[in-house]
Design a protein around this ligand. Structure first.
Ligand code: NAD
Length: 425
């Protein structure tokens, strides 16, 4: 998967909506927020369900179900990914749209939260079928999306090509090219440079800041990264370039370990050559479970959700966890880490570089002016540091976890916007 704003995995122990509501309530308990606002934020503004007829290559017609959930738009247009996956449900889209509201707010982006998808296994579709599905889905959603209304992005099972078709279908019907209707497009049709590497880069930036916060020397810091894909490899290389010692990385087939640290540019990532990590000539091979339990300074789970659970949280030896993947820590594991005083820097802050560069892409599209890669990197650094500082201030001034501090920042911004706009009519 590449270029998503976010592709949050629901927590194994609770649904995405339950997680989003629990985190809302935890943050609200620390703030003097109007109860009516909290109540409003427990629900989506709208959820659209569409039926998508698609002609298969054999000439038959098949019907697919698609969703788009809009959670809250008090701070700006809705923003969030579109996933193609057999397990997509309305409830999941609602929960993930709420997570997007918090993520955009913590980054102070002028967006609200959305999420959508189609119940389909994209691997069972030909490229032509995928294109027809995407174009018809775009048409079905056309009344409720748009550069100033709701801006989708890629997520699980969708990619820059999907976004290019989506943008083309929308533009054809609008009678003008509208690159700002989606982000995560190929740069040749208005995509941003640096979009693909942005989530991993932001994980690297936030890890660097957290290392500094705890007074560690980055040159003495050991890091283990689960999942050497888009997020994991970019984060690992960012930290390696700044002197950290990346001692373990993994892919779906297993992990490799070198106590002296790898040259992360020498190990090819999952996209470059799937399976290359586990076949790399390393001093030691480990399982993915063993990687998670290594005695390192920083553990970055950057593969899939729900890998840190009640089952292994007591065996984790890392001194700090930075969430590269979405939802890698279940709520039980989170409680155990809190008891054990292991800081967990949450996903909605650490990997938010993706939606942040999506925002840059949207700015470039509506201004019809593309940015150089250097400018994207500079502005991403600025935005990540601004978000980090806001979260750090809450963390330092209250007796809360990093996750709570992050949600407190998000909720206070959203609540303030609701207060100032009021309830219509
Ligand atoms: P990717 O497909 O590029 O890489 C995933 C990596 O994890 C691969 O190395 C793969 O082999 C490995 N992996 C897959 N299943 C595994 C398993 N069961 N155990 C161990 N390793 C496994 O994916 P990505 O884009 O890097 O996304 C990784 C995580 O980050 C996901 O949770 C995703 O939701 C999240 N995320 C991605 C983006 C983005 O824009 N790419 C943005 C925000 C969050």
């Amino acid at each position: 998967m590449t270029g998503s704003d976010d592709s949050t995995e629901p927590n194994a122990e609770e649904s995405a909506v339950e997680t989003a509501r629990r985190q809302l309530e935890r943050a609200a308990a620390h703030l003097d927020v109007d109860e009516g606002t909290v109540e409003r934020l427990r629900y989506p503004k709208d959820v659209y369900r569409v039926t998508i007829p698609v002609e298969r290559d054999d000439g038959t017609t098949e019907m697919f179900t698609g969703y788009r959930a809009h959670h809250d738009s008090v701070r700006g247009p809705f923003k969030g990914g579109l996933r193609y996956h057999p397990d997509v449900t309305e409830d999941e889209c609602v929960g993930l749209s709420m997570w997007m509201t918090w993520k955009c707010a913590v980054m102070d982006l002028p967006f609200g939260g959305a999420k959508g998808g189609v119940v389909v296994n994209p691997k069972e579709l030909s490229q032509n079928e995928k294109e027809r599905l995407t174009r018809r889905f775009a048409e079905e959603l056309r009344p409720v999306i748009g550069p100033m209304k709701d801006i989708p992005a890629p997520d699980m099972g969708t990619d820059p090509q999907t976004m290019a078709w989506f943008m083309d279908a929308y533009s054809m019907q609008e009678g003008q090219t509208e690159p700002g209707v989606v982000t995560g497009k190929p740069p040749v049709v208005g995509g941003s440079h640096g979009r693909e590497g942005a989530p991993g880069r932001s994980v690297g930036i936030i890890t660097r800041e957290a290392i500094d916060f705890y007074g560690w020397d980055i040159e003495e810091t050991t890091v283990a990264v689960q999942g050497f894909g888009s997020v994991g490899a970019n984060a690992a290389r960012y930290l390696d370039d700044r002197g950290a010692s990346v001692v373990a990385v993994s892919d779906v087939d297993g992990a490799i370990y070198d106590p002296d640290g790898f040259d992360t540019n020498d190990v090819e990532d999952h996209d470059e050559t799937p399976g290359m990590v586990s076949s790399y000539d390393a001093p030691e091979s480990l399982t993915n479970d063993e990687l998670l339990e290594l005695d390192v300074d920083v553990l970055i789970p950057a593969a899939i959700g729900n890998v840190l659970t009640g089952g292994n949280a007591r065996d984790i030896q890392a001194d700090m966890i930075v969430e590269g993947a979405n939802g890698p820590t279940t709520s039980t594991a989170d409680q155990i880490f809190e008891e054990r005083e292991i800081p967990v820097i949450p996903d909605i802050l650490a990997n938010a570089g993706g939606v942040t560069v999506s925002y840059f892409e949207w700015l470039q599209d509506i201004n019809r002016r593309s940015w150089r890669l250097e400018r994207v990197h500079e502005e991403l650094e600025t935005e990540m540091l601004r978000a980090w500082d806001a979260v750090r201030e809450e963390y330092e001034s209250r007796d809360v976890t990093w996750r709570d501090a992050t949600y407190i920042v998000a909720l206070s911004r959203i609540a303030e916007a609701h207060d100032s706009r009021g309830l219509w009519p």
